[in-house]
Design a protein around this ligand. Structure first.
Ligand code: COA
Length: 330
């Protein structure tokens, strides 16, 4: 029997309407458009407004669009994997909230928390259930409402992050298209450089944690930058080497959108010089954490051809990092 590969059968995304521009940030913190653009490549990001609007709101919209465009009945979904660092609640899982709201009544689901590498981890995890033949349809969702954990008085972080979500539908493929290989790693030694200190079991919320602003993202940008450049590039190189791929064999690099300079450096070490192959939308969304890769697939979906070799690469808090090689299936 031919081995089943797990392939993406459709992708859809959602970003909120509110656009937070560099010009508006200039009125909030001591920064300027020139600095932000040259250091990060970001021009604007989307912000989810509204009371009780959690990350699930964006995920539900992304999934509803995905089900419609792939003509999928939600009762046929077997599994919902939700990759997020900003769940609606500490528990229950956001996957349950989303699954129920989209009508995936025959599915089970859970969340994956791996910071900016979460979607990549989720894609690989969901693929195992398809490859084993256990499930036929798996939803992998990546999204974050980063604005809920950002201090808009901290110029080191507020210029970078934005809100957004995307989702893919995984199904089996017998034409050799789909996930071919992956290389994932994590290292808890990264904790001091990128984290949110309070709100977990080590430091539950208190007046003190609020006063100390410990419910916001803390980032040592320089250290994160160095690790991101080295590790994202290394992971992508490993996947290329193992599959004997040269730069010319890669149709597109789909990198986590953390910083344009990190993306450029990753592409360079992979030997990819053709800028058209390096996909970016960081200028309009910023870093949406778990949302970046599915939003990128959504924005550029029309460019991909069946059989195209795509390399996905990510780096995030933890530290977490990795790369995946997949052949586009449609
Ligand atoms: N606007 C203007 N100036 C700023 C600024 C801002 N928003 N933020 C910092 N600066 C200043 C600093 O105070 C510093 O000034 P000084 O030289 O007088 O001390 C100067 O700009 C350089 O700061 P530095 O932190 O060295 O900048 P950088 O080149 O490292 O860029 C980041 C900062 C955050 C853009 C960069 O480190 C980065 O992208 N890191 C990785 C972040 C990331 O990807 N995180 C998510 C991982 S998934």
């Amino acid at each position: 029997m031919k081995k089943i590969k797990a392939s993406i059968k459709g992708v859809h995304g959602y970003v909120p309407d509110y656009v937070l521009t560099n010009a508006e940030l200039e009125t909030m913190v001591d920064t300027n458009d020139e600095w932000i653009t040259s250091r990060t490549g970001i021009k604007e990001r989307r912000i989810l407004k509204g009371e009780n609007a959690g990350a699930s709101l964006m995920m539900v919209k992304a999934v509803q669009g995905l089900l419609e465009k792939t003509n999928t009945n939600p009762v046929d979904i077997d599994m919902v994997i939700c990759c997020t660092s900003t769940p609606d609640l500490v528990f229950p899982a956001t996957a349950n909230i989303v699954g129920t709201q989209v009508g995936a009544v025959n599915a089970f689901g859970y969340d994956i928390q791996a910071a900016c590498s979460g979607f990549l981890y989720g894609l690989v995890t969901g693929s195992q259930f398809i490859e084993s033949g256990r499930f036929k349809k798996v939803l992998v969702i990546g999204g974050d409402k980063m604005s809920s954990i950002i201090d808009y008085k901290d110029r080191a972080t507020c210029i970078i992050f934005g809100d957004g979500a995307g989702a893919v539908l995984l199904e089996g493929n017998e034409e050799d298209n789909g996930l071919i290989d992956f290389w994932l790693r994590s290292d808890g030694g990264g904790e001091p450089y990128l984290h949110m200190l309070a709100g977990g079991s080590r430091k539950p919320a208190s007046h003190e944690t609020v006063d100390k602003k410990e419910h916001f993202v803390y980032q040592d940008g320089k250290t994160v930058f160095k690790f991101a450049v080295t590790n994202m590039a290394y992971a992508a190189e490993q996947v290329m080497k193992r599959n004997e791929l040269k730069a010319e064999d890669v149709a597109y690099l789909i990198p986590h959108q953390a910083n344009k300079r990190i993306i450029d450096a990753t592409a360079k070490s992979m030997g990819i010089e053709d800028e058209d192959k390096i996909l970016m939308n960081i200028e309009k969304y910023g870093n949406t954490t778990n949302g970046t890769i599915p939003l990128l697939l959504w924005d550029f979906e029309n460019k991909f051809k069946k059989g195209d070799n795509l390399i996905l690469a990510a780096f995030g808090g933890g530290f977490t990092w990795g790369a995946a090689y997949l052949k586009w299936a449609y």
